[in-house]
Write a protein that binds this ligand. Sequence first.
Ligand SMILES: *[C@@H]1O[C@H](CO)[C@@H](O)[C@H](O)[C@H]1NC(C)=O
Ligand SMILES: *[C@@H]1O[C@H](CO)[C@@H](O)[C@H](O)[C@H]1NC(C)=O
Ligand SMILES: *[C@@H]1O[C@H](CO)[C@@H](O)[C@H](O)[C@H]1NC(C)=O
Ligand SMILES: *[C@@H]1O[C@H](CO)[C@@H](O)[C@H](O)[C@H]1NC(C)=O
Length: 242
Amino acid sequence: MVSTVPSLLAISLLLVVVLAAAAMECPCSWREDNRSWDCVKDDVISVPTVCWPLHANVDKIVFQNPMREVYSGDFDHENLRNLTKLQMQNVDKIADDALHGLTALRYLDLSGGNLKHLPDLSTLAEVVALEAGGNLLVEAPSLAHMKNLDLVSLFNNRIQFVPDAFLPASPVPIGMTMVRNNFTDLNATSIVNAAAQSSFVFDDLQYLWATVEERDTILEKEFYCNIDLESIIRVTDDPTNP
Ligand SMILES: *[C@@H]1O[C@H](CO)[C@@H](O)[C@H](O)[C@H]1NC(C)=O
Ligand SMILES: *[C@@H]1O[C@H](CO)[C@@H](O)[C@H](O)[C@H]1NC(C)=O
Ligand SMILES: *[C@@H]1O[C@H](CO)[C@@H](O)[C@H](O)[C@H]1NC(C)=O
Ligand SMILES: *[C@@H]1O[C@H](CO)[C@@H](O)[C@H](O)[C@H]1NC(C)=O
């Protein structure tokens, strides 16, 4: 009895130390072959910044669990400067500047969460594929600076507003889906710069407001679309103010 009290104390102290160490441990698995952090594990519920110092030159990070919030600074680490792929499905909220430093990103998947807005993407010029379907977005992002963009997936949101600087002018045809959103009119300015033969999928699109010049460009570019664009074009002098 005399000796069990101190040893119980010792054991519980040890337990506290072990638990604290576990909390500091990186919960993701590193794959050297593709230089990726695989964070597809049940216990990953926030961005595990404790992992970032462990390996230089990370190429990919994959998450899958629901995450409530991604904070400013969560991806600000030297070792992530070359990151090309970030898959972070099922996130509720992302701080506006959280992705600022990831300037090499090519594949960004933020689908299937509860995002009401996307974070600022203005520093990400190399993006090839942006996936943000299945969120709560009310505005489409400005992507005009992404000159290599070829896939845009924004289906199943609540998009009501599509900015003028939506699709980039580039030689790469874009595939874009925007079904299941909340707009029935679109300004031609938002899509007219896309490469010829880009393909778009919309639902319920009733009017495409265009200047004469925009209408001619759209017809010339022969976009593929599930809706006959020619039949819904309405010419106005100021398409953003029909
Ligand atoms: C890394 O490569 C392995 C197979 O070599 C693959 O199963 C895994 O999905 C890859 N991880 C990522 C994040 O691409
Ligand atoms: C990024 O990649 C280049 C080579 O492609 C390498 O020289 C550089 O060290 C990498 N930077 C980081 C921060 O990993
Ligand atoms: C078209 O532009 C006008 C004026 O900027 C804007 O109010 C309207 O929401 C735009 N349409 C869409 C679908 O974004
Ligand atoms: C968007 O459309 C859905 C289904 O048509 C509707 O239930 C919802 O209220 C709309 N949301 C907004 C913000 O207009």
